[in-house]
Design a protein around this ligand. Structure first.
Ligand code: ATP
Length: 925
């Protein structure tokens, strides 16, 4: 039943899901008891605010820190560890005894669980604080008609029935029925996910059952005006609005996993299953040969703990911590290098990007503009300080200009306009005086679609409009010309003369800005047609010197750079050519007009060989991104204006300009370029790739170290009926030593060479791609030498028990020391390889990672002190180094060195063979 607003009870009384789009605004106003030309009274608005509540969306509930801490224990790693600990305790209770190493094992398990939980809690709190800092917005004021007066009201106090005014760049404050509008385009992507702007109107719609995107006469809360303005009647506020209905369902704090985290989780689960099978086998087999084992190991609780620890050791648990650290360090480093990442997910995506779409002005160029040449009275002037007699030309530029001079005499404004003011100064024109003399009475601001701006000025009792803009657009709107004060028709020949001159400027890479005027009969006249062409200035905006190199780096890295500009085709082509964007392979320029006329298929085909898009408007950017993505590219897109938001949202990585960008663009983007510089984007790509590569190194290292340890245990158990490492050694090694060693791999230096390879291709690409051989070589050789150590011990004593003890020490040394040293290889000598053979095209100079060196030595020191013959420590780690023959020590040390050398040499050999094979195959082709 349709309830009416006049039912004044304390409940909400407006039917929120009525089909308002089918009713006329007058009818709705009647239902809402409001007057479209006066609005609500303040008193009624206050009453309604009590009934409907504030117009805001629920903020996500911030969970308590203690709850976050407790939740971290639900992590699969913690559960496995806790289970392992529990099994040990229960087994100890049943058996009524627990050895010192068992207790030590339990202590380590406890330590790991607590450390993991503390790190995870810290991470969670940090990211929550960041998210809530994003939500700390300033008070938003909305223009509302109340008591017949337009007032500024806090958005939270809007009520159903209010009449509001919204304009370009503003968010729609509530669900509104559009009452009046100019050309109106709204970005509804926040609500519908559709990035194409939607055209809206106030017309009643007859159809039934329309989805949100088809309700063209309703503007929805949180969407944004990309073009035009509107007057609207508030239908629903807060939770009753369409976005409110969605938001109320998703208010709880939720952290999304990044693709990398998902991949790691999937990998860990797969390895976990293998670990379980392995643990079960180990337990079954050790119980089977229990009587043949040393007495100390015969207790079934000890064997159980051994199986559980060995199984746990297969899983690369430290990886989660390493990934988090890598991301944290990368975010900090990127921030220092002017790339502010709002979401760690973007670091990964940046590394995968293979197309960067960049604006020209300010990003590829310096945005330090100056007028270099000009054209007036159909005469070319090669020098800006060559004074022209045509004062009308200069007055027009002075009046049609938004730059201002502050009390410190600094000229503030857009770079184009500041350049013009400086040119006027060279021409000895005081533009401020002119502005006072001929006050501005109306204007049509510049927009990147019309590529022009117009101001209207009063001169005694008549009005003159001045239009400045892109010369081709201006020329298209001009029908007359003025030469030496004489106005005459603009002939086809004149147009050719002007165009030829403008093309001449453009070929030098200059942007050409024309100026025209019109004597108006009244302010009701059309301002921007039938213009009288006066002349043009050519403005130089040189490319940033560092950009050419950055583009080359990007190209070498398999990343295509696409220039998208509002500037003229010829100017764009010239600048693109200088920067290496317009090349033999990409030798076309597409204009916005062509995008409008070509079919999607034709455009899609053309885009494959085009890197320069000129005279485009922001809407075209979204089309370009869409087509590039359809061609399986991962696209980064820059933007600064409000109108760029759809393309920024659509791109895989949306990059906003920190200096020239608007607040809205920065809000919707993934990355903010603090210095607006293209070079920083390339830095971001490099940082993203380095993070990915380091995580791969860490995975390779951890898997190799873990599996070699397990293989050694298994081999010695099966062949020698001995236990090479006990639970405490395993746990200490995987959680303390390996983590300490693996962390610096993740923190290592960024490698320049990552930019000599193609991008790590697909979202679904396996994490093990390119590192399988590293893992196989390292695993095989390190377990081989560890086993050899064990076997050699037999030759130094006839006593079986002593041989066992010596052997164990040998395995421990090998398993513990070798990874500490071969971890160097990962950051210094190993390089990932793809299926196409060796990825390094040039010899890369390695910087020895000093940080890694210090960390590794600390780890080594730690390992040594656990081995020194201090009885207490030995007992704790179930060792005995007492009486170890010097010859055996020499063999252990030699074997450890051989482990590292053999891994390195085998890997180098593998690279050579693979390269040779690849070259051979390429030649055959
Ligand atoms: P980008 O390369 O970053 O897209 P752009 O400045 O070339 O930047 P727009 O700002 O859309 O792109 O400008 C398009 C064209 O409009 C310019 O080439 C210039 O001819 C004209 N133009 C730019 N600024 C003004 C202005 N303030 N007044 C009049 N015309 C302008």
């Amino acid at each position: 039943m349709n309830q009416n607003i006049s039912d004044t009870n304390s409940k909400k009384i407006i039917e929120t899901d009525r089909k308002w789009y089918q009713l006329s605004d007058k009818k709705i106003a009647k239902i809402y008891k409001t007057n479209l030309s006066i609005g609500l009274t303040e008193q009624e608005a206050t009453e309604r605010l009590k009934k409907y509540g504030p117009n805001c969306l629920p903020s996500s509930k911030k969970p308590n820190i203690f709850v976050i801490f407790l939740k971290t224990f639900l992590d699969p790693l913690c559960i496995i560890m806790a289970l392992a600990g529990l099994i040990t305790i229960i087994a100890g209770i049943i058996n009524q005894e627990m050895s010192i190493p068992d207790v030590a094992g339990l202590c380590i398990i406890g330590l790991i669980i607590i450390t993991n939980s503390l790190i995870s809690t810290y991470q969670e709190i940090k990211s929550m604080n960041y998210i809530s800092s994003l939500g700390n917005k300033e008070e938003i004021l909305i223009s509302v008609l109340r008591d017949g007066v337009i007032k500024q009201v806090n958005v939270e106090f809007l009520v159903p029935g209010d009449v509001v005014y919204s304009k370009l760049g503003e968010f729609i404050p509530a669900d509104l029925r559009i009452v009046d509008q100019s050309v109106l385009k709204i970005d509804e992507s926040s609500l519908t996910g559709e990035s194409e702007p939607v055209e809206k109107s106030a017309e009643v719609i007859k159809e039934d059952n329309l989805v949100i995107s088809d309700q063209k006469n309703i503007a929805f809360m949180s969407t944004m005006i990309l073009e035009g303005k509107l007057v609207g009647l508030v239908l629903n506020t807060g939770l009753d609005s369409e976005i409110g209905k969605i938001a109320s369902k998703i208010t709880t704090h939720k952290t999304n996993r990044t693709p990398l985290e998902k991949k790691i989780k999937a990998l860990t689960i797969r390895i976990g299953i293998i670990a379980l099978i392995f643990g079960a086998l180990l337990l079954a087999f050790s119980l089977f040969i229990r009587d043949e084992l040393p007495v100390a190991l015969q207790a079934w609780n000890t064997l159980l703990l051994l199986a559980v620890s060995a199984a746990i050791s297969v899983i690369p648990e430290s990886l989660t911590i390493i990934v988090k650290l890598c991301m944290m360090i990368a975010t900090k480093k990127m921030d220092k290098n002017n790339v502010q990442v709002k979401n760690p997910k973007s670091i990964e995506t940046l590394g995968n990007v293979n197309v960067i779409c960049s604006d020209k002005t300010g990003t590829l160029t310096q945005n330090k503009m100056h007028v270099d040449q000009f054209f007036v009275d159909f005469k070319y002037h090669p020098n800006p300080s060559q004074i022209t007699k045509n004062k009308h030309f200069l007055t027009a530029f002075a009046l049609c200009n938004d730059a201002i001079t502050n009390p410190d005499n600094q000229i503030l404004g857009g770079a184009t306009e500041v350049a013009i003011v400086k040119f006027l100064e060279q021409q000895k024109i005081n533009y401020l005086n002119l502005k006072k003399l001929y006050p501005r009475v109306d204007e049509i601001p510049f927009d990147s679609k019309r590529k022009m701006m117009t101001t209207v000025h009063k001169n005694k009792n008549h009005f003159t409009s001045y239009t400045k803009g892109a010369f081709d657009y201006l020329l298209a709107n001009s029908t007359q010309k003025i030469i030496d004060g004489e106005i005459s028709a603009l002939t086809a020949e004149d147009r050719t003369t002007i165009e030829n001159q403008a093309f001449e400027f453009a070929r030098k890479g200059m942007r050409v800005l024309g100026i025209a005027f019109k004597n108006l009969k009244s302010l009701d006249d059309e301002y921007e047609n039938d213009l009288i062409f006066i002349g043009a200035v050519a403005i130089i905006d040189p490319p940033r010197p560092e950009v050419k190199e950055a583009i080359k780096t990007a190209n070498d890295a398999g990343v295509r750079v696409v220039m998208i500009t509002g500037d003229h085709k010829i100017t764009a082509q010239e600048i693109a050519q200088r920067l290496g964007i317009y090349t033999e392979k990409y030798n076309q320029v597409i204009t916005g007009a062509e995008i409008d006329t070509l079919s999607q298929e034709e455009l899609s085909e053309k885009i494959k060989s085009t890197n320069v898009f000129a005279r485009v408007s922001p809407e075209h950017k979204a089309v370009i991104v869409k087509l590039l993505q359809e061609q399986k590219n991962i696209v980064a897109m820059t933007g600064d204006g409000i109108n760029d938001t759809p393309s920024i949202v659509k791109a895989d990585v949306g990059i906003a300009m920190g200096i020239s960008g608007t607040e809205v663009t920065r809000e919707v983007s993934d990355v903010i370029l603090k210095d607006d510089n293209f070079k920083s984007i390339v830095y971001g790509v490099r940082a993203g790739r380095n993070v990915y590569e380091k995580i791969k190194y860490s995975i390779s290292f951890l898997i190799a170290a873990n599996i070699s340890q397990v293989l050694t245990i298994l081999f010695i158990l099966l062949v020698n009926k001995g236990v090479a490492l006990n639970s405490v050694n395993i746990l200490f090694h995987i959680f303390v030593i390996e983590t300490i060693v693996a962390i610096p791999i993740g923190m290592g230096y960024d490698r320049k060479g990552v930019m000599w390879n193609p991008p790590p291709s697909h979202k679904k690409e396996s994490l093990l791609k390119g590192i399988k051989m590293q893992i196989i070589i390292t695993t095989t050789l390190s377990s081989l030498f560890a086993i050899l150590n064990y076997e050699f011990a037999k030759f130094f004593t006839d006593n079986d028990i002593l041989a066992q003890e010596f052997g164990k020490t040998g395995v421990y040394i090998s398993i513990m020391f070798a990874p500490i040293v071969y971890s160097f290889l990962y950051n210094n000598f190993f390089l990932p390889i793809n299926q196409k053979g060796l990825l390094i095209k040039k010899k890369e100079k390695f910087i020895l990672n000093k940080r890694l060196l210090i960390f590794s030595f600390l780890a080594l020191f730690l390992a040594i002190i656990t081995l020194v013959p201090v009885e207490q420590i030995n007992k704790f780690f179930d060792f005995s180094t007492i009486g170890l023959p010097a010859g055996l020590i020499a063999i252990f040390v030699t074997n450890t060195i051989l482990t590292i050398l053999s891994i390195w040499l085998t890997y180098q050999g593998y690279i050579k063979v693979k390269n040779w094979w690849w070259n051979k195959k390429s030649h055959e082709k």
